[in-house]
Design a protein around this ligand. Structure first.
Ligand code: KDG
Length: 336
């Protein structure tokens, strides 16, 4: 793995350690609890799994570049401003005047899964293509880490090809690559998702997944996390990280023992969406900092917990200071 090399220079004057790519969206999130059919007031947020992870990394003081497309509309401008305000390099976030910026609308539930409607068919973000990746090739090849998710290949054939090209470019350059499975059943069917994601999982260094999607892609029935992780590892990566929500997280390294860490207690779950993406950002940040795997899981769990405790996908993602305070006051060692 190449993740221990020094931070590298991407665009002139910018230090880019991590590159991520995908669709960043405008998100309209219900202000009040209840089903979407009853929601009348909405707050505007920024969403998109890879953008959420980029924000977590940036708040943890890692230099991140985001590769994608937005439309030449107000939503595109606002998401671009937001990412830039977070310190993310948006030099490869292209403006595509031929398509609108994608949006999603979702409710806010105290109970049961959230309902989300996507308005992203033929959006600018879904038109991401291998050409966009070529345009960012120097930044990707000079980085330490590339992070992709299973959402981008579900958006379009060009999105799938862009992810494959980015993985190829990064791997050829010795850049560590992580894949968050992020299976979205509203975007593609399980058979197609499984086929594509098994192929991608075979070509990356680190696979991150929730337990349900991990079982789907690994093709196993067992609910025992270590067995699920072992099956996912067989696809070819060096590390598998399982996000187990309130049950914590597990990591298994090729040839190693499973390591499990408890979740941080969350007093009030305000909005669980985005927690998995923050988890990925925390794990990558700690790994880049050279932390042992136990600490990587603790940081990842803390980032997920902080996100769950605030409204919006990225609102609660902690800064480095907030993370340290969280780990010191409510970390797993304090819980025991
Ligand atoms: O993980 C949060 C994401 O689901 C959300 O930000 C939107 O990227 C998104 C998607 O496709 O669901």
């Amino acid at each position: 793995m190449a993740e221990q090399s020094s931070a590298s220079q991407g665009q002139p004057g910018r230090w880019v350690e991590v590159v991520t790519l995908g669709e960043v969206l405008g998100a309209f999130v219900a202000s009040d609890y209840g089903p979407l059919a009853e929601a009348t007031r909405f707050e505007r947020h920024v969403a998109g799994a890879e953008a959420n992870t980029a924000v977590t990394l940036a708040r943890l003081d890692h230099a991140v570049a985001f590769v994608g497309r937005v439309g030449s509309d107000g939503i595109g401008l606002s998401v671009r401003r937001r990412l830039r305000a977070e310190g993310i390099d948006v030099g490869h976030l292209a403006v595509d005047p031929g398509a609108p910026t994608g949006i999603l609308i979702r409710d806010r539930r105290g109970l049961g899964p959230s309902e989300v409607t996507y308005h992203r068919t033929d959006s600018a973000g879904s038109r991401l293509s291998p050409d966009d990746v070529e345009e960012a090739r120097r930044t990707i090849a000079a980085a330490r880490w590339l992070h992709v998710t299973g959402i981008t290949p579900a958006l379009s054939e060009s999105g799938r090809a862009a992810v494959e090209r980015a993985i190829e470019l990064a791997s050829d350059a010795g850049v560590t690559v992580s894949l968050d499975l992020n299976v979205r059943r509203k975007l593609w069917d399980e058979d197609r998702a499984t086929a594509v994601l098994r192929g991608l999982a075979a070509r990356v260094d680190v696979v991150l997944a929730g337990d349900d999607e991990a079982r789907l892609v690994a093709g196993v029935q067992t609910t025992e996390p270590a067995a699920v992780a072992a099956s996912l590892l067989e696809l070819g990566s060096q590390l598998v990280v399982l996000k187990l929500g309130a049950a914590g997280a597990m990591v298994v390294e090729r040839g190693g023992q499973a390591i499990r860490r408890p979740a941080l207690p969350v007093r009030a779950v305000v909005d669980p969406v985005g927690a998995g993406d923050a988890f990925c950002g925390g794990f990558i940040a700690a790994r880049l900092d050279g932390a042992p795997l136990e600490r990587c899981l603790d940081v990842a769990n803390a980032c997920g917990a902080a996100t769950v405790a605030a409204l919006g996908d990225m609102t609660g993602s902690p800064t480095t200071d907030e993370l340290e305070r969280l780990l010191a006051t409510s970390g797993p060692d304090v819980m025991r």
